[in-house]
Ligand binder design. Structure first.
Ligand SMILES: CSC[C@@H](O)[C@@H](O)C(=O)COP(=O)(O)O
Ligand SMILES: [Zn+2]
Length: 216
């Protein structure tokens, strides 16, 4: 099996699994996997597809400028530029983008602070953070309509420790060294968002008045 066929299969499996959990509502979301470092080449999802279906037109090969490598009628994801930024700035091998209600609400709540920090949660270890008081900070950028600007903004907030970037009222882009790690990071991130919001709601409603306040 060629490397492209292997990577295609890996990405298709991830897409199927995330789709089965309804993580691509309304054709939102996109995925990519790196095929070659030099020159940068990736398989990225085609734009506007129903990601619950598996077809031969789900992905296409693009270069480090986000342009199709081979002649095709397919359009790369509108957010391919974000994926390219991630591969340029990190050692990522796979990059996933999903819109969920939880990640959108968190992005809106913390947008003015420019980031959210999660603490006191076992699942922080899923990001390879094993310290006693480990924490993870996820930057939040504005949702620029101009996708070049958006891609640049995402690239600009990526530092060596960054594992994900939230886009305000849009979604999260998260990555890992391979598909397994990218999916692990995505699942852990969504868990942290969900826990955080539930805790905030309980604190607000005073149902759980002894709950220690979440410090962000
Ligand atoms: C159809 S709503 C979502 C899109 O605007 C976009 O944010 C998205 O995630 C999917 O775009 P796509 O071009 O299909 O990869
Ligand atoms: Zn999106």
């Amino acid at each position: 099996m060629s490397i492209v066929a292997r990577k295609w299969h890996e990405l298709a499996e991830i897409k199927d699994e995330l789709a089965s959990r309804d993580l691509f509502p309304g054709t939102s979301g996109n995925l990519s996997i790196k095929v070659c470092d030099d020159p940068l080449t990736l398989l990225v999802s085609a734009s506007g597809k129903d990601k619950r279906k598996r077809t031969l037109e789900d992905f296409l090969l693009v270069d480090g400028e986000g342009r199709a490598v081979e002649a095709t009628a397919l359009k790369p994801s509108a957010e391919t530029g974000i994926h390219v930024e991630v591969y340029r700035k990190t050692d990522a091998g796979c990059c996933l983008h999903v819109h969920t209600v939880d990640n959108n609400v968190v992005s809106e709540l913390y947008a003015d602070q420019g980031a959210i920090t999660f603490r006191n949660q076992e699942l922080i270890k899923a990001f390879g953070i094993w310290e006693e008081d480990g924490e993870i900070t996820v930057p939040i950028v504005e949702n620029f309509a101009d996708l070049r600007t958006l891609a640049k903004e995402v690239g600009d907030v990526i530092t060596p420790g960054t594992k994900a970037v939230l886009i305000r009222n849009h979604g999260v882009t998260v990555w890992g060294k391979d598909g397994f790690e990218a999916k692990k990071h995505l699942e852990a991130f969504e868990f942290l968002c969900s826990y955080h919001l539930k805790m905030l709601m309980l604190q607000q409603s005073r149902v759980f008045s002894s709950t220690p306040i979440i410090h962000v």
